[in-house]
Design a protein around this ligand. Structure first.
Ligand code: GDP
Ligand code: MG
Length: 424
């Protein structure tokens, strides 16, 4: 998708005059791309109509950058489609919360609920996993194994609500009806604070109907889209939001426990539009990175080699520029985690703390992109040198690994030449 949308926008940027025809051509191209990316037909049509309403070419005063306005309109429209207007339930301190995971077989429930528990455990919560899947043979053992590996409490109780003796296991339709019935019963018995719908991103155009079917049976409150690391094109996320009127909260990006990211609408849409993390990102770089440092930063980005020293320099930039308008926050997955909104003061203190620790590192450590270098004795030395706790140094290194992974996604991306930078 990224490719063809950015091509469409590129074609538009090559046209000297942007009139009705150019806009229509561009919208048609984007429509095609969105459909290919598994966004439901009706959603695409709605978006097209809305854009035409918003962008009134006659109203655009001469001298305005029409391309930018159109591009911004598309961007905003897609963001709006991913925002159901109400936030998802988040657990409250000091209270037990029940989260129920639902989804078709193989969508990634077992994997995802472990990731979800692991994620919260790292943040100081005390999660526990309970198996309520009586459908799939081996579901209990699979979850237990996952939980053991991640050192998450596993409650042995197996929920058996209702009886599926009467449910015929042959015939796909009957089996699905039985699954939905069982799901309703589990939901009634456990009274979950949040029902999380887990959806495989590779199901294509089926996303909308599937999400809707689940929403009709249980009170879905949030969506997690899995297997975003594969060939899936991501459009299903838009359909799932539209069908469930619930936000996407996380995405799964691999089979491992830590391949799990907080879902952030804007970077996702940027990625969907293929303009990158780039268009906005480039603008920001031009805005906030000193001119003489820009080529070097871009070079480093395209090499994908993220060192602790780069992280240090980026933190310096962030602190200099204040919480808003940071270069780094344009990267997907960055801002939501490291600098959550409304907690800027804390975030800045954290960056400063991280930098103190990095001040206690050797040049070799700062310039290496090999995390294996960081053995226990080095970590201990850094902790002592900076007067911080061992745990904090490890946390900082975790953060580094996470950012390195995001950074590496930029690898090989074409660095725009001077003229191109402002074209998009
Ligand atoms: P369930 O039947 O809904 O419980 O699905 P599972 O959790 O057993 O997952 C089905 C398969 O998908 C397993 O092989 C998982 O390893 C795999 N899987 C789950 N999430 C992801 C993901 O985000 N990326 C990739 N590549 N594989 C995933
Ligand atoms: Mg399972």
């Amino acid at each position: 998708l990224g490719g063809s949308i950015s091509r469409a926008l590129q074609q538009m940027s090559n046209a000297t005059i942007i009139d009705e025809k150019v806009l229509n051509d561009c919208l048609n191209e984007i429509t095609r791309a969105l459909l290919q990316s598994d966004v439901q037909f009706k959603l695409v049509r709605d978006m097209q109509t809305n854009i035409k309403k918003i962008v009134n070419l006659d109203d655009l005063a001469a001298g305005h950058n029409k391309r930018k306005i159109i591009q911004q309109a598309i961007f905003n429209e897609l963001c709006k489609m991913l925002d159901p207007g109400k936030p998802s339930f988040t657990p409250k301190k000091g209270k037990t919360s029940v989260v129920m995971f639902v989804g078709l077989q193989g969508s990634g429930k077992t994997t995802t609920c472990t990731k979800y528990a692991f994620y919260h455990q790292k943040k100081g919560w005390k999660p526990a996993l309970v198996c309520a899947d009586t459908f799939r043979a081996g579901a209990f053992d699979q979850l237990k194994q996952n939980a053991t590996k991640a050192k998450i409490t596993f409650l042995r109780k197996l929920y058996r609500v209702g009886s599926c003796k009467n449910c015929s296991r042959s015939g796909r339709h009957k089996q699905e009806a039985a699954l939905f019935e069982e799901m309703r019963q589990v939901s009634e018995a456990t009274k979950p604070d949040l029902v999380l719908f887990v959806m495989d991103s590779s199901i294509g155009q089926a996303a909308f109907d599937q999400a809707q079917a689940f929403k009709q049976s249980v009170a879905v409150g949030a969506v997690i889209v899995t297997k975003m690391d594969g060939h899936a094109k991501g459009g299903g996320a838009l359909s799932a939001v539209a069908a469930t009127k619930s936000p996407v909260t996380f995405i799964g990006t691999g089979e491992h426990m830590d391949e799990f990211e907080v879902f952030d609408v804007k970077p996702f849409v940027s990625r969907l539009l293929g303009m990158g993390d780039w268009s906005g990102f480039m603008d920001k770089i031009q805005e906030v990175v000193p001119m003489d440092q820009q080529p070097e930063l871009l070079q480093k980005l395209s090499e994908g080699n993220f060192t602790l020293r780069i992280m240090y320099e980026q933190f310096q930039n962030i602190l200099k520029m204040g919480p808003i308008g940071q270069v780094f926050s344009m990267l997907p997955g960055f801002s939501a985690e490291l600098m959550p909104k409304g907690r800027e003061k804390e975030s800045q203190a954290k960056l400063k703390r991280y930098m103190t620790m990095m001040d206690s590192m050797t040049n070799e450590e700062l310039d290496s992109s090999n995390p294996k270098l960081m053995n226990e004795s080095r970590i201990m030395r850094i902790a002592r040198g900076s007067g911080r706790h061992l745990r904090e140094v490890m946390e900082m290194l975790e953060e580094y690994k996470r950012l390195a992974k995001i950074w590496s996604k930029m690898k090989g991306l074409k660095i725009p030449k001077k003229g191109e930078m402002s074209a998009l």
